[in-house]
Design a protein around this ligand. Structure first.
Ligand code: ITT
Length: 197
C-alpha cells in the first residue's frame, strides 16, 4: 500500500522541489492544501529544527498521516548567520526577493570573496503517528556573489553561489540543484529514516 505523506508547507516553490526529490511510487505526497488542511502556524522557534517540528506537529494534530515539514533559510557568515531562521521574514515577509537579495548584496558591498561564505540549511521534521518525531538537517555550502544571476529556483537562489561550481543555484537546472541542495540532502535522509519504519 502507498504511504500517505502530507507536507506541511504553504510554499509552492518548496512543494515543487519536494515532489521532484521524493519522486517515489510507494509514496503518495499531498500538500497541506491538497489534504484540505488550513492551519496558521506561529514559527517561534530559534532553530530550523525547532520550527520544522512546530510545523509538522501543528499539522499532524489535524490528521492521521505521516506529516513532514521543511524549515529552511540562508546563513551568511559575515552577517553572523543572518537572515537564518528569519529568511522568509527578512525585511518583511511581503518584501520581494529582488529587494531582499539587493539588501543583502548592499550589506556585503566591498567584502572580499573569502569572507562571503554562506550556506543554505534545511531541517525536515517528520511527525509519525504513534512514534517519536524525527528531525534531520541538510546543507549546501557556498558564498554570496557580487550580483544576482540566473532565473531558476526561488528566494535567495540568484545570490547564492555554489562553492565548487562558481555559479548561482538559480543558474542550475532543477535536477542539478536538487542533487546537491540542502533540501535534496535533508529529504534523502528523511526518506531513508521513514523507509526503515
Ligand atoms: P512554509 O513555512 O509554509 O514551509 P516559508 O516560505 O515560510 O514556507 P520558511 O519559513 O522555511 O518557509 O522560510 C524559508 C526561507 O528561506 C524562504 O524565504 C525561502 O525563500 C528561503 N529559502 C529556503 N530554501 C531556499 C532555496 O532552496 N532557495 C532559495 N531560497 C530558499
Amino acid at each position: 500500500m502507498k504511504k500517505k505523506i502530507i507536507f506541511a508547507t504553504g510554499n509552492e516553490n518548496k512543494m515543487t522541489e519536494i515532489r521532484q526529490i521524493l519522486n517515489d511510487p510507494d509514496w503518495d505526497i499531498l500538500s497541506m492544501k491538497e489534504a484540505g488542511i488550513e492551519v496558521d502556524v506561529v514559527e517561534d522557534g530559534v532553530t530550523f529544527e525547532e520550527n520544522a517540528l512546530i510545523k509538522a506537529k501543528a499539522v499532524a494534530a489535524c490528521c492521521d498521516a505521516i506529516v513532514l515539514a521543511d524549515d529552511s533559510g540562508l546563513e551568511i557568515d559575515y552577517l553572523n548567520g543572518e537572515p537564518g531562521v528569519y529568511s522568509a521574514r527578512y525585511a518583511g515577509r511581503d518584501t520581494s526577493y529582488e529587494i531582499k537579495n539587493q539588501m543583502l548584496l548592499d550589506r556585503l558591498r566591498g567584502v572580499p570573496r573569502q569572507e562571503r561564505t554562506a550556506r543554505f540549511v534545511c531541517a525536515i521534521a517528520a511527525a509519525i503517528p504513534g512514534r517519536e518525531p524525527i528531525v534531520v538537517r541538510g546543507t549546501i555550502e557556498g558564498y554570496i556573489g557580487e550580483k544576482p544571476a540566473g532565473e531558476n529556483g526561488f528566494g535567495y537562489d540568484p545570490i547564492f553561489y555554489v562553492e565548487d561550481l562558481n555559479c548561482s543555484t538559480a543558474q542550475l537546472t532543477p535536477e542539478e540543484k536538487n542533487a546537491r541542495s540542502h533540501r535534496g540532502n535533508a529529504l534523502r535522509l528523511i526518506r531513508e529514516r521513514i523507509s526503515e519504519l
